[in-house]
Design a protein around this ligand. Sequence first.
Ligand code: SF4
Length: 220
Amino acid sequence: MNIGVDDRFSAIYNFLTFFIHSFIPGLYRYLYIPHRLPSYSAMSPSSTAPLPSLILVSSCLLGSPVRYDASHKRSHHDVLQRWITDGKVIAVCPELAGGLPVPRPSAEISRAAGGKAVWLQQAHVVDNQGDDVTPAFVTGAEEALRLAQQYNIQIAILKEGSPSCGSSQIYDGSFSGNRIPGAGVTTTLLREAGLHVFSEEQIDQAHALLQQLERSSQGE
Ligand code: SF4
């Protein structure tokens, strides 16, 4: 059987198309969800050595371009930079962990409700196209909790205002820029599980609590 140049070109084209659509998104997700900093990679929960106190941090605060508009919100706070250098940071983007792409339509919790109402199935997370994206937000929150429990994390620094990561403020569901008091879907789950969740504006408070927890674990 003769295979012509056109057939060969077509086969190569099909392979490249398959590769781009199948592999590249997977690679992207591998890099960013959950994004573990290189200094952490040597650690393992099965290690016999005691793990240092780790902190769960929103990927976008670490400079990963994972927000809905493919931007980031890197924090240059001294304490956070020190934690990164010391290999104490585990990064997670719950929305990517839930399977959402970058970029994606912005989303808000409906009916001026908070994350708790979502878990109680009294509210949904809806994007600005009107699509219900609640399942992705729930899955992402569960993945963030799984990570926190896997590494015995007690403190999280999550991006304020997000329907996933907000800790004291979120948007009201009207897509008009109005903020209301409330917490996102991931923050609510982490708090229910006993984690202390702070925003990027509260890193000093988180640092103080971390030092207190470390002192008590050392029996001081
Ligand atoms: S706020 Fe949370 S969910 Fe949104 S981009 Fe940052 S890490 Fe991801």
